[in-house]
Write a new protein. Structure first.
Length: 158
């Protein structure tokens, strides 16, 4: 486990956000801090969520009840966020915003969202659609709404 985590940290260090042409290192760091603020460090009873909301996938070598250190959780968050932002790299300056959304709701929901459809249609007037992605069990959730508003204000580039 520790060797795998060290390779995650090393992989991130070798491919930092500053080398990415669609968003700045500053924006990436801001996105990381926003995710940490709203996800917080998950406790073992949150399984299958670990770290800052990473959902354990089949084949990953994490065990139920395992608690990650802050350093391990940070490295995993950065790896996941980069992966999600890279899924949307064709959307240029919107790739990080879409990556942050995918980190929270999953790429499946993002791919079916009106946010992505608007962007596909060349319409960057996405604020309302982005902020509307704040439902939990079919109802608007105040904290998720606050998160969307803050994410949009920090990461949407005109």
């Amino acid at each position: 486990m520790m060797i795998a985590l060290m390779s995650v940290i090393g992989a991130y260090a070798n491919s930092s956000a500053s080398g990415h042409s669609t968003y700045s290192e500053h924006d990436f760091e801001q996105a990381v801090e926003l995710i940490k603020k709203y996800e917080t460090l998950h406790a073992p009873h949150h399984w299958p969520l670990i770290g800052y909301g990473h959902k354990v996938q089949p084949g990953e070598k994490y065990t139920k009840g395992q608690k990650l250190t802050e350093k391990q959780a940070d490295a995993l968050l950065r790896k996941d966020l980069k992966k999600f932002a890279d899924l949307y790299k064709s959307y240029g300056k919107d790739s990080l915003l879409l990556g942050v959304l995918a980190y929270n709701v999953g790429p499946g929901r993002v791919n079916k969202s009106s946010v992505l459809q608007l962007l596909k249609d060349g319409n960057r007037n996405i604020r309302e659609a982005f902020e509307a992605m704040c439902k939990y069990k079919g109802k608007i959730h105040k904290q998720i709404r606050a998160r969307r508003i803050e994410e949009f204000q920090a990461l949407f580039k005109h």
